[in-house]
Design a protein around this ligand. Structure first.
Ligand code: SF4
Ligand code: SF4
Length: 316
């Protein structure tokens, strides 16, 4: 089995993207996030992706269908069915070639339950690989300022899984940041001020450095503007279809840098927004947000009690 054969097989299994990261690109990570903790003989991390079809975001963009469009065809089914099938089929093929293959989901670590270490020298289960680091290490994409994984093919629209293997494969070149322009539009589109552009953390893999804004995921968890959190995925919600993620998607398509092009633009109308009480808001002449309909106030469970017209959030 060589790298080209592996990649051809990955595509035949339905993967839209496939990249290889030699395991030493993860050596700087703590044991809790290191693939070598799961498979000490691992030599290569295969990163697979299946695209999210743009149409699965249409119902959210129009504010008229969240569940049977994006939640299924953009989120849970892509991860748990379509991509999982690709990962498993490829894993079986790798094992047919005489190498072990460990298929893994590409979930975020934040908020995932931790077990008890089985030995003093082992990290507590479950060790979870950060998808942002894995995607960078496999040369598939970058992490934008707004925290989204961005690829040159589909922008923000894909989901990832991993296969650890003891096969030694050729690593792909790590990409420098070239797609995110630090435009800040994702932060401006958030009605709750949850993306803090003034507070960054740095992700670094093989000399590629990504500045990522601090994101208040506690606010995102109850965001009624298209954020989703499916069960078993910790406490970091999926933001691809949220107001911030769709804004980023629109900006990336406008940039003309993405390979997956469309005849018509995604955004047809001014985007809708809800405040923390799920009341519709619109932008006024000055660009601030204001309520268009004052309905019943309902606790969101986050402690957020009101949202100022500028987007500033006041909490209990
Ligand atoms: S909206 Fe702009 S700043 Fe935010 S992640 Fe996308 S390209 Fe980067
Ligand atoms: S998910 Fe909602 S609260 Fe979080 S950054 Fe995006 S728009 Fe803001």
């Amino acid at each position: 089995m060589n790298t080209e054969q592996l990649k051809n097989k990955a595509r035949a299994c339905g993967a839209d993207l496939v990249g290889i990261a030699p395991v030493d690109r993860f050596s700087h990570l703590p044991a809790e996030q290191n693939p070598a903790s799961i498979f000490p003989e691992c030599k290569s991390v295969i990163v697979l992706a299946r695209r999210i079809c743009r149409g699965s975001l249409r119902g959210v963009e129009e504010g008229t269908n969240f569940a049977s469009t994006y939640q299924c065809f953009g989120y849970t089914w892509v991860e748990d069915n379509f991509l999982s099938q690709s990962s498993y089929d490829l894993s079986l093929w790798v094992e047919d070639q005489g190498f072990e293959a460990v298929p893994l989901f590409g979930y975020n670590e934040s908020g995932m339950p931790k077990g008890v270490s089985v030995a003093p020298d082992k990290p507590a289960p479950n060790v979870i690989i950060d998808p942002r680091i894995a995607v960078m290490a496999a040369g598939l994409g970058e992490v934008g300022l707004g925290g989204f994984i961005i690829t040159p093919e589909y922008g923000t629209r894909q989901r990832f899984s991993f296969i650890l293997t003891d096969a030694e494969l050729d690593g792909d070149d790590v990409r420098q940041k070239s797609l995110c322009t630090d435009c800040g539009a994702c932060a401006a589109a958030c009605p709750f001020g949850a993306i803090h552009l003034d507070k960054n953390r740095t992700l670094e893999v093989e000399g590629a450095i990504m500045q990522v804004a601090e994101i208040d995921i506690a606010l995102c968890r109850d965001c009624p503007n298209g954020a989703f959190l499916a069960s078993g995925r910790g406490n970091e919600p999926d933001r691809i279809a949220a107001a911030c993620g769709r804004e980023c998607m629109v900006r990336l398509e406008e940039s003309g840098k993405l390979d997956n092009k469309f005849e018509n633009t995604f955004r047809k109308r001014e985007p809708w927004q809800l405040d923390a009480f799920k009341r519709p808001m619109v932008r006024d002449e000055s660009g601030g947000l204001k309520l268009v309909d004052v309905g019943d106030t309902t606790s969101t469970g986050t402690g957020v009690v009101s949202v100022h017209a500028t987007g500033q959030v006041f909490s209990k």
